[in-house]
Design a protein around this ligand. Structure first.
Ligand code: ADP
Length: 265
C-alpha cells in the first residue's frame, strides 16, 4: 500500500518563537529566571500573571528591546540580537537587529503614535522609510488596514482627535503595515477607559482568527478564554503553568494558578 500523505494536523507548524531558559536581570534583580516557551505559526499565546512577574520584560526580550542575560531566544529560527559563529554567540549590529525587528510587530500599553502626523502618515512611516515601499502603494495599504480596524473614516485625523481605543487601533494598523510574521501585544487595553476595551479586543480577535501568530500580555481573561490557543501563567520570572484555554481555566494544576484565577472570579 502506498504511504498516506501526512494529514495537515500531522505536519508540525513552523516554530516562530523559541525561548529556552531565558534569563534577565536588572542590576541585582533577577526578573526572568529561566523562561521556556515555544510559539508556532498561527498560534495565539496569552501570558497572564501578577504585576511584576516579568511578562513585559519577557515580551520585550522577544523583540530585543531588552537584551537577555542567559538562555536562548530564537525568532524564526534566528537568535534575536545575536548570531552564531561556530559555537560562539556574537552580538549583532544595530542594523541587523533592526532588520530582525521588522518581522515583529509590537503594540504597547501606550499607543506611541506620532502626534504631528495624521493617521495615514503614522501608518505609512515605517513601510515607506524602512521597507522602501512606494508611497502611493503604502497609502493604499494604509486605507485597507484602516478599514480592517474599523477606522476607514479617520484617515486624515490626528492622534489627539481620536479616542484612546481608536488610537490603539491605529497603532495596531501601524504595526500590521510592516507585514510582520509575529505580533506582540503588551497590555494593549490597560491604559484604556473600560468602554473602549472591547473595540480593541475585537480587532485582536479578528487577527487571531485570521491566522496571525500572536503573543499577548493581558489581564483580559475573557480574551484569553476565547482567543488563546494557549495560556501561560508567569510568576516570579518563570512560567509556572501552561495549557490550552480550556485546561488553564477549567482545570488548573498549580495552586498559584488557582490563586491567580480566583482574583478574577
Ligand atoms: P510585569 O509585566 O509582569 O508586570 P515586568 O516585566 O514589567 O513585570 O517587571 C518585572 C520586574 O522587573 C519588576 O520588579 C520591575 O520593577 C523590574 N523591571 C522591569 N523593567 C526594569 C528596568 N528597566 N530596570 C529595572 N527594573 C526593571
Amino acid at each position: 500500500m502506498p504511504a498516506m500523505p501526512p494529514t495537515p494536523a500531522a505536519v508540525p507548524r513552523e516554530i516562530v518563537v523559541e525561548a529556552r531558559d531565558v534569563r534577565k536581570n536588572f542590576g541585582g534583580l533577577l526578573v526572568l529566571r529561566g523562561v521556556d516557551l515555544t510559539v508556532r505559526q498561527g498560534e495565539v499565546v496569552v501570558i497572564v500573571g501578577s504585576s511584576g512577574s516579568g511578562k513585559t520584560t519577557f515580551v520585550r526580550c522577544i523583540n530585543h528591546l531588552e537584551k537577555i542575560d542567559g538562555g536562548r531566544l530564537l525568532v524564526n529560527g534566528k537568535p534575536i540580537g545575536y548570531r552564531l559563529e561556530g559555537e560562539r554567540m556574537v552580538a549583532e549590529s544595530e542594523r541587523a537587529i533592526a532588520r530582525q525587528r521588522r518581522e515583529i510587530g509590537m503594540v504597547f500599553q501606550r499607543f506611541n503614535l506620532f502626534a504631528h502626523l495624521d493617521v495615514v502618515q503614522n501608518i505609512i512611516e515605517a513601510p515607506v522609510h524602512v521597507r522602501g515601499v512606494p508611497k502611493a502603494q503604502a497609502v493604499e495599504e494604509a486605507h485597507a488596514l484602516l478599514a480592517r480596524v474599523g477606522l476607514a473614516d479617520k484617515a486624515a485625523f490626528y492622534p489627539a482627535q481620536l479616542s484612546g481605543g481608536q488610537q490603539q487601533r491605529v497603532a495596531i494598523a501601524r504595526a500590521l503595515a510592516m507585514k510582520p510574521g509575529l505580533m506582540l501585544f503588551d497590555e494593549p487595553t490597560s491604559a484604556l477607559d473600560p468602554e473602549m476595551v472591547g473595540e480593541v479586543l475585537a480587532v485582536m480577535r479578528e487577527l487571531a482568527e485570521n491566522g496571525m501568530t500572536m503573543v499577548v500580555v493581558t489581564h483580559e481573561m475573557g480574551f484569553a478564554r476565547e482567543a488563546a490557543d494557549r495560556v501561560v501563567l508567569m510568576d516570579g520570572g518563570m512560567i509556572v503553568e501552561e495549557g490550552t484555554a480550556a485546561e488553564f481555566f477549567g482545570a488548573p494544576r498549580q495552586p498559584r494558578t488557582r490563586a491567580f484565577l480566583s482574583r478574577f472570579a
